[in-house]
Design a binder for this molecule. Structure first.
Ligand code: NAD
Ligand code: DAU
Length: 339
């Protein structure tokens, strides 16, 4: 297969590229990435060194219609997996504009260019956050009405609806995947798990929003990548598939587990001003993906967290490299008012 992966220099995209290279060595993988603050070419050094002609990196924006169209034709692309996005909820609260641009207009550009170029399938990678927030019980199903609460999730929901419209209107082969919270190697240290690791490793205070009882359903990134691969290979055109890790945890328990693994104690925990519009609980029902795709998460939270912390401990240079000027500016301004 000749596959275009967008956002391959980000956290999940990089893990996906490594997994596809390992499982499908005959595939041609083309990675289109704008290299925003969250994109890091360094994450793919090993792939670049080893893959030869089976892999190519293209520096560019998914909103650039001319570039995307040219690439699809010149590379004779058969399928696209669209990971490219602005992905951090807190940043979307500070400035929604780049989220609308990349997550909505970029997704529309990918869908339209792919259809015009006769690309066989687009897998659009989305999130459980489009469903909004749950109370203490229940789970999100693919039929749960969309009720996004942050500018980030609203922009992702917009793209999901465009994907649906492309299938209904043009009969385009589009599959949407919605996944819960990922963790694992190469995750940018603005997200809960790598951020808490960085703080704990330095012996700094760990900022926990609100009462720390917000619940997320954690999935190890390899399991998400396997789900996206299954959707690409076996998904039904027009379908939406939920993926989750069957590992619901209140944030405070995740933070305590990281403190234990790094040899620190709970005195480093600081409860800080809550995130505005903070969704209380997510929980994914992925029976449809289990039935139609054979999807099941394979890594438990405790195994996955140990692997993740061990990876960060073994890769201090990667962490150092991604904590650049743009990263520090946002972190200082966001956390300044929360202490
Ligand atoms: P990330 O922020 O780590 O990476 C995003 C990547 O997209 C970066 O490499 C960035 O440079 C690139 N990018 C951004 N704008 C671009 C543009 N206009 N053109 C080309 N490239 C661009 O994100 P992630 O956590 O790897 O998430 C990947 C996808 O998975 C996103 O669509 C996100 O909504 C979705 N998702 C993430 C999670 C999670 O827990 N991280 C869960 C469910 C779904
Ligand atoms: O659910 C899927 C989503 O998971 C993805 O669509 C998003 O791209 C991804 O960023 C993630 O969103 P969250 O907002 O859930 O992830 P984040 O790591 O930012 O926060 C996880 C939880 O931890 C959330 O309840 C907020 C809390 N938190 C986060 C940070 C950064 C804190 O308490 N303190 C913090 O400093």
């Amino acid at each position: 297969m000749r596959l275009l992966v967008t956002g391959g220099c980000g956290f999940i995209g990089a893990n996906f590229l490594y997994a596809m290279r390992e499982r499908h060595p005959d595939w041609r993988l083309v990675n289109l990435d704008k290299l925003t603050y969250a994109g890091n070419l360094g994450s793919l050094r090993a792939l670049e060194a080893e893959a030869g002609d089976a892999y190519a990196f293209v520096h560019g924006d998914i909103c650039d219609k001319g570039l995307v169209s040219r690439l699809l034709v010149e590379e004779r692309i058969e399928a696209v997996v669209n990971f490219a996005a602005e992905s951090h909820v807190d940043r979307s609260i500070e400035d929604a504009a780049p989220f609308v641009s990349t997550n909505v207009l970029g997704a529309q550009t990918i869908l339209d260019c792919a259809r015009r170029a006769g690309v066989g399938r687009v897998v659009h990678v989305s999130t459980d956050e489009v469903y909004g927030s749950l109370g203490p019980t229940g789970q999100f199903l693919e039929t749960t009405p969309l009720a996004p609460n942050s500018p980030y999730s609203a922009s992702k929901a917009g793209a999901d609806l465009l994907a649906r419209a492309c299938h209904e209107t043009y009969g385009q082969d589009v599959v949407v995947t919605r996944c819960s919270n990922n963790y694992g190697p190469y995750q940018f240290p603005e997200k809960l798990i790598p951020l808490m690791y960085v703080k704990a490793a330095r012996g700094e205070a760990l900022p926990v929003y609100g009462d720390g009882r917000n619940v997320r359903d954690w999935i190890f990134v390899d399991d998400h990548c396997r789900g996206v691969e299954l959707a690409l290979l076996h998904g039904r055109p027009g379908a939406v598939y939920n993926f989750g890790g069957a590992a619901e945890m209140p944030n405070i328990e995740v933070v305590r587990a990281i403190l234990r693994l790094t040899g620190r104690d709970d005195t480093l925990i600081r409860f800080v001003t809550d995130r505005p519009g903070h969704d209380r609980r997510y929980a994914m029902n992925f029976d449809l993906a289990a039935r139609e795709l054979g999807f099941a998460p394979s890594v438990s939270f405790s195994q996955g967290l140990e692997r993740t912390i061990a990876w960060y401990q073994a890769n201090p240079a990667w962490l150092e490299e991604v904590q650049s000027g743009a990263y520090l500016t946002f972190m200082q301004s966001w956390y300044k008012g929360r202490a």
